[in-house]
Write a protein that binds this ligand. Structure first.
Ligand code: NAD
Ligand code: 6OD
Length: 499
């Protein structure tokens, strides 16, 4: 399946291989092969072909050539129509994408079916629609000789875009960047996470089936430093870098981008706060907060790791949220009864469990969880972890300051609006918040004062793809979504015509 060849080796069971996709064809990497293992049970999903510097160079050259080939000559409606065909092809291959995403991440198929896979196709439709309707500015101006002049803007594709992706929502987050890049007429070289290479590989088949010309979409597999990620972000043939991942990785990539003064667009980490006021719709706040803390096993950049609850409802809210946490079921991702998958890897679980230990050492009260759940023996090699809630930590403790990226959150009581705003803002991050209250004046007032790129009122992760998306402070650089990404994915040229 999906850009993945079965390679029978003599005397051994065949092993799936995940190939690079360069210039419209699947190609073996010149680098090493590395294992892609399922976090559900540690089984081998595929052997992935790492791209070496020469492979990355070939991908960038293919992307450059495609800019000047048939792709570059398409009108905007023609390009948009091709992206619509691509989205339709992704829908046709829905079950293949689902199988690939679940194999790589271990997330419940029910989650991927409703979120990750539909959003993959929706991203292409959304940006195909958007570019058909983008207007640019025009100004008439006076000139000394009285004839006047007219200025107008035209948007040109930026060029070859490097798209460096994380593992938590692989298809959703990769297409969230590839779709606007292609809609604006660019070509891309994608470096998926080493943990989740499969859906990016599969998308190559859909590109070909939809008639997207070779070289427009390329995929190189590998790691960050000393591997495909570094080769790509340092490549002088790349005109812009869009990246989603950790803040520290963003800083490294920004240094690479400085050579050649390449622009960057970054969606980075978060330490998001939920603010639960006593006048909220209790059940709605509970549902939303549980989802924001535990969805995707807490591996969502927008997820809540700090929950501030007004003191009069604190005990009741904490007890009810703990009840929700205890209700998750672990196991086979294709079993409808499974509601929480594993973390992405044993390595990531070590990090998360490290924070569970630090919380205890710092004197936290463990309201629920705090360890590894009992799972069926066939899943014991997986990366399972219990959803966990704490109380009792100071706002400046490491567990309250650092992004954990697991199914866990700390609950703190608060007494006033001004106090909770100050505490929510007391972080180097600024990605998202959710505010739960029936007092709409307060909701708008608070939303205006929390230092984030995205503020939800009485909801969480409710998305309209026309809106801006991005982080303040150390949660990102720039905004994507709707017309906001045009500043990164295009360059605006002003034409001044003397009349
Ligand atoms: P990561 O930063 O470790 O890796 C992301 C990607 O960067 C991977 O493809 C990796 O191989 C590559 N990479 C690593 N080092 C590199 C280097 N030196 N040069 C070039 N590429 C390099 O992030 P992750 O662990 O995959 O994802 C989790 C992180 O992503 C969390 O911090 C999370 O908050 C963040 N995230 C943010 C958003 C957002 O929209 N703000 C969305 C999803 C995830
Ligand atoms: O919904 C989106 O467009 C988006 N970028 C979500 C990011 C989720 C982070 O894990």
């Amino acid at each position: 399946m999906i850009g993945i060849a079965e390679s029978p080796s003599p005397g051994a069971a065949s092993v799936a291989e995940t190939l690079n996709f360069i210039d419209g064809a699947y190609v073996a990497g010149r680098g090493r092969r590395f294992e892609n293992r399922s976090p559900v049970d540690g089984s081998l999903v595929s052997m992935v072909h790492e791209a070496d510097a020469a492979d990355v160079d070939a991908a960038v050259r293919a992307a450059r050539a495609a800019l000047h080939g048939p792709w570059g000559k398409l009108s905007v409606p023609e390009r948009a129509a091709l992206l619509g065909r691509l989205a339709a092809e992704m829908q046709r291959r829905f079950e293949d994408f689902l199988a690939a995403e679940v194999a790589d991440t271990g997330k419940p198929a029910s989650v991927a079916r409703h979120l990750d896979i539909p959003r993959g196709a929706a991203n292409f439709n959304a940006f195909a629609d958007l570019v058909k309707n983008v207007a640019t500015e025009a100004f008439e101006m006076a000139t000394p000789d009285g004839t006047g002049a007219l200025n107008y803007g035209i948007r040109r594709p930026r060029g070859v875009i490097a798209v460096v992706c994380p593992w938590n929502l692989p298809l959703l987050l990769m297409t969230w960047k590839v779709a606007p890049a292609l809609a604006c007429g660019n070509t891309v070289v994608v470096k998926p996470s080493e943990e989740t290479p499969s859906t990016a590989a599969l998308l190559g088949e859909c590109m070909n089936a939809a008639g997207i010309p070779p070289g427009v979409y390329n995929v190189v597999h590998g790691f960050g430093p000393g591997s495909a990620g570094e080769f790509l972000t340092r490549h002088p043939g790349v005109d812009g870098i869009t990246f989603t991942g950790e803040t520290a990785t963003g800083a490294t990539i920004m240094k690479a981008a400085a050579d050649g003064l390449r622009p960057v667009s970054f969606e980075l980490g978060g330490k998001n706060a939920a603010l639960v006021f006593a006048d909220c719709d209790f059940e709605a706040a509970l549902d939303g907060t549980a989802r924001s803390a535990f969805a995707n096993t807490g591996q969502v950049c927008l997820g809540t790791e700090r929950i501030f609850v007004e003191r009069s409802i604190f005990e009741r809210f904490a007890a009810a949220l703990a009840e929700r946490a205890r209700g998750y079921r672990f196991g086979d991702p294709h079993d409808g009864a499974t509601t929480m998958g594993p973390l992405i890897s044993r390595e990531h679980r070590d990090k998360v469990l490290g924070y569970y230990a630090r919380a205890r050492e710092s004197g936290a009260t463990v309201v629920t969880g705090g360890g590894v759940p009992a799972v069926d023996s066939k899943y014991e090699a997986g990366a399972w972890v219990e959803p966990t809630l704490w109380t009792g930590l100071a706002d400046d403790s490491a567990v309250m300051r650092e992004e954990i990226f697991g199914p866990c959150a700390h609950l703190s009581p608060f007494d006033s609006e001004s106090e909770v705003i100050a505490r929510a803002n007391d972080t180097r991050y600024g990605l998202a918040t959710s505010i739960w209250t029936r007092d709409l004046s307060r909701a708008h007032r608070v939303a205006g004062q929390i230092e984030v790129g995205i503020a939800w009122i009485n909801s969480w992760f409710l998305r309209d793809l026309r809106t801006s998306f991005g982080g303040s402070k150390q949660s990102g650089i720039g905004r994507e979504g709707g017309v906001h990404g045009l500043d990164f994915y295009t360059e605006l040229r002003n034409v001044c015509v003397k009349l």
